[in-house]
Ligand binder design. Structure first.
Ligand SMILES: C[S@@+](CC[C@H](N)C(=O)[O-])C[C@H]1O[C@@H](n2cnc3c(N)ncnc32)[C@H](O)[C@@H]1O
Length: 299
């Protein structure tokens, strides 16, 4: 970050009706992923306000998804909610899918934190990690399924890389609830183009020979942005339980204490803030092996 970017972000923060993504595209030189990340950081709290206004719509939306998950996958031990945002839907998934350990991942720390505080989820058998969908810090086949709910949506052009990562960490399948360009009416298509929403998700599933089926959603959180559920079947063997890895080398990490995670193999250390590991490569700090024993942080 530089000074002018911080100034811009703070200026945008106070503007209520601005579309942060379009403004950052216009006024900054950031790459697409950073723009989406900052745009979501700036709007933290919006989804919780929305949830307060339309709880029933959220319940119907998540019940429809839970039904599809139950029917297609049955009993699950571990599920990853990718792009969990402010946990409005993660919390409902957790309550609706019994005996499943739910992990939430999002690159906006601000939003995860808003959700943990609002829903009082600290130490409630939910695990969160701040990381990008393009580089998921878990070992291959850590989860039976990974779910996205409108999280691939803003990553137009990056779908292939994201689906590859989601499939890598999932053994039995993916459940992607994303806007459906094919089924969208003209207005929704125009809106999806304006905001750079994913338009090629299904084409990529076909191109990459994924075995999938699609069910148009009956319930929506916004009628301007209707979605379909893409159920993708994978047939791999799950590892016993999810193993967190260091995002650059994908080597195992060893938890040091409640404030840091450390990978002995790569000598990289990452912060844990409010119980959430920040596993984004720009947060990595080098802690060479020969210094480890002397470091007071290490137990
Ligand atoms: C439209 S919101 C949906 C949030 C949540 N799934 C829900 O249903 O309320 C999209 C979320 O995905 C996250 N996201 C988008 N692109 C991402 C990426 N490349 N890596 C990690 N998170 C991402 C955003 O930060 C945001 O919280």
């Amino acid at each position: 970050m530089n000074h002018s970017l911080i100034k811009l972000l703070n200026k945008l923060k106070s503007k209520k009706k601005t579309n942060f993504q379009l403004s950052l595209k216009k006024f900054s030189k950031l790459d697409k992923t950073k723009i989406i990340n900052f745009a979501y950081d700036l709007q933290a709290g919006n989804y919780i306000r929305d949830w307060e206004k339309k709880r029933q719509a959220y319940r119907s939306f998540s019940e429809e998804i839970i039904k599809v998950i139950n029917e297609n996958f049955g009993k699950l031990s571990y599920l990853l909610d990718c792009g969990c945002g402010e946990l409005t839907n993660t919390n409902l998934l957790k309550k609706g899918i019994k005996n499943t350990k739910v992990y939430g991942l999002d690159f906006s720390f601000n939003r995860i934190l808003a959700g943990i505080k609002y829903f009082n989820l600290k130490n409630k058998n939910l695990n969160f990690v701040c990381a990008t969908l393009k580089n998921i810090p878990f070992k291959d086949n850590s989860f039976e399924i990974s779910v996205t709910m409108h999280a691939i949506e803003p990553n137009n052009g990056e779908e292939e890389q994201i689906i590859k990562e989601l499939s890598r960490v999932s053994s039995r399948g993916l459940v992607l609830i994303e806007p459906d360009y094919k089924l969208a009416d003209i207005k929704q298509k125009q809106r999806m183009k304006k905001y750079g929403y994913t338009q090629k998700l299904e084409k990529i599933l076909i191109k990459k020979n994924f075995k999938y089926k699609k069910i148009p959603m009956k319930n929506f959180l916004s009628f301007k942005n209707k979605s379909s559920i893409y159920i993708i079947s994978l047939n791999k063997k799950k590892i016993k339980c999810p193993i967190m890895v260091e995002p650059i080398t994908k080597k195992s990490i060893n938890l040091i204490n409640s404030n840091y995670v450390y990978s002995k193999t790569s000598s990289l250390i990452y912060p844990i803030i409010e119980g959430v590991p920040i596993l984004k490569k720009e947060f990595a700090m080098l802690l060479p092996k020969n210094k480890i024993k002397k470091n007071v942080l290490l137990k």
